[in-house]
Design a protein around this ligand. Structure first.
Ligand code: ARG
Length: 279
């Protein structure tokens, strides 16, 4: 099952949305079969609307590619004007001048070279590259990004959200097909269903209890290039980040959910609290 066709008509402002609208007009009814404009995104998602997730950032590798899309490395989230949350495996071993943080809905195709806007990279001290434990990092920007809505990391109890039947929002510029390497320029969004830890451990026996959140189903998932991006819920106070995209076996395959680093887990929460409040 795929979701997301539902709101396709609302994307009147984007190019692809215009073609979706035209396609719907021509066919007269919402079609069930995928067409080039509604085929799988993130995996199974749709274009985000401009301004829908203002806190979403692209972590760019400055040494590669000739466009923002080519330089896109990972997702990241603005959690305050000067701090950006991402995955440890996205930045481990890298130096601030090699990377830049780009905030925006569309990744441009202009060859413009950018310079780094990163002051410091803080990888979780107990990040384990072998089994991706504590797969979170914080990036401190040289200059604050003011006037942009931020997303709040969930550092308190998240258990109310971790129930069968819940779904989270996951967004990113990662590949939209698995297997495949089709990459979008417009941010993709999808609702990904929660998968209980017990079920998730059947897929991945080595999983450490409490340290991750699993989500996804056949045809719906994050994928390569989405890492570091947020797993979100919308609360009265605004968007809240429960986890960061970390890994999975393949993408969107049956019974192999996506795995997200859980922010409220003790070591991760402590790391975010102590690092982020520094200036
Ligand atoms: N490790 C990937 C990245 O660096 C993210 C993979 C997520 N996989 C998944 N099935 N949800 O972008």
């Amino acid at each position: 099952m795929r979701i997301g066709y539902r709101s396709a008509g609302m994307f009147g402002l984007t190019l692809s949305a215009a073609s979706v609208a035209v396609a719907l007009l021509v066919s007269g009814v919402a079609r069930a079969a995928p067409d080039p404009d509604t085929s799988p995104r993130i995996i199974g998602g749709t274009d985000a609307e401009p301004g829908q997730y203002p806190f979403m950032a692209s972590l760019q590798s400055l040494h590669r590619g000739d466009s923002d899309r080519d330089r896109h490395r990972c997702g990241a989230t603005l959690i305050s004007p000067s701090w950006v949350l991402t995955a440890a495996h996205c930045v481990d071993g890298m130096l601030p001048p090699q990377l830049a943080v780009l905030v925006g809905h569309t990744l441009g195709t202009t060859p413009r070279r950018r310079t780094s806007n990163i002051k410091a990279i803080h990888v979780h001290p107990a990040y384990d590259a072998e089994d991706l434990i504590n797969d979170v990092a914080l990036i401190q920007l040289k200059r604050p990004v003011n006037g942009v809505e931020t997303a709040e990391p969930m550092l308190g109890r998240d258990s109310a959200w971790l129930r069968l039947g819940r779904a989270f929002t996951v967004i990113g510029w990662g590949v939209t097909e698995f297997p495949g390497d089709a990459r979008p320029t417009v941010l993709q969004t999808v609702q990904t269903p929660f998968v209980p830890f017990k079920t998730c451990r059947e897929a991945y026996p080595g999983l450490q209890a409490g340290s991750v959140i699993c989500a996804g189903t056949e045809g719906i998932d994050s994928c390569q290039g989405d890492s570091g991006g947020p797993l979100l819920v919308k609360r009265k106070t605004g968007w809240t980040v429960l986890g960061t995209v970390s890994w999975g076996e393949g993408c969107a395959l049956p019974d192999l959910p996506g795995v997200y680093a859980r922010l409220s887990q003790g070591y991760v929460r402590d790391f975010i609290q102590t690092t982020w409040t520094r200036d």
